[in-house]
Design a binder for this molecule. Structure first.
Ligand code: SAM
Length: 195
């Protein structure tokens, strides 16, 4: 069995922290895709989501509503200075993995990253990522050598990091739980109050 050893089990706990740092969010243009990055981070087993440079209330509201309704907890921080955050992360023994189409193919480094017990900060960009991030990262990793999307890159990276065990996450305190169904929508309501 892949993970799922108990009710408190979470794939990030092996590393302490697996956080996603989202660079370059432009509130007017990127709301939807940044929310998708945050939702993928949560669903696929990151336990923190950090927005660089700006704060955007709609992102924070969505993430906390999803946590409230669907359970679990994702740390959220915004408006951080990216380079300072990364330096702090490394000073606390963390490692930094920047997802970019220009990087080393993930198959070449994913085993090494998985086996290292260090906390992981995964960086995804928006438009153009400044050179300094390539230099500060321990790994610049590509998910295929074609341009696509930060959402897809993050999902595949987390899936490979955890070897699929993110599917065993129990989202504690969930008020809503989906009952898988071959047709239609079945959702169990567990809370007493609204979410
Ligand atoms: N030219 C950019 C680059 O450096 O990868 C593509 C920008 S893309 C719109 C936004 C983000 O998606 C990138 O910063 C990167 O994090 C992610 N991304 C896109 N394609 C990727 C790939 N093939 N491998 C890894 N990450 C990718």
């Amino acid at each position: 069995m892949m993970g799922g050893a108990g009710p408190e089990w979470h794939p990030a706990s092996k590393y302490g922290k697996v956080y996603v740092l989202r660079l370059g969010h432009r509130p007017q243009r990127d709301k939807r895709i940044t929310i998708h990055v945050a939702l993928v981070a949560r669903a696929f087993g990151a336990n923190g989501f950090i927005l660089e440079g700006v704060c955007d209330d709609s992102i924070e509201r969505t993430l906390s509503r999803v946590n409230r309704c669907w359970g679990g907890h994702v740390e959220y921080e915004c408006g951080v200075k990216g380079t300072r955050y990364i330096k702090g992360w490394k000073q606390n023994s963390g490692e930094v993995i920047h997802l970019t189409m220009y990087g080393v193919p993930f198959n070449e480094v994913i085993d090494e990253i998985r086996m290292s017990p260090r906390p992981k900060l995964i960086i995804v960009g928006a438009e153009k990522v400044e050179r300094i991030y390539y230099e500060l990262s321990d790994y610049n990793v590509s998910i295929g050598l074609q341009p696509h999307s930060e959402v897809a890159a993050l999902a595949i990276f987390l899936d490979r990091l955890y070897r699929g065990s993110w599917t065993n996450i129990e989202f504690h305190g969930a008020k809503l739980k989906i009952i898988p169904s071959d047709r239609g929508k079945r959702v169990e309501w567990r809370g007493e109050d609204e979410c």
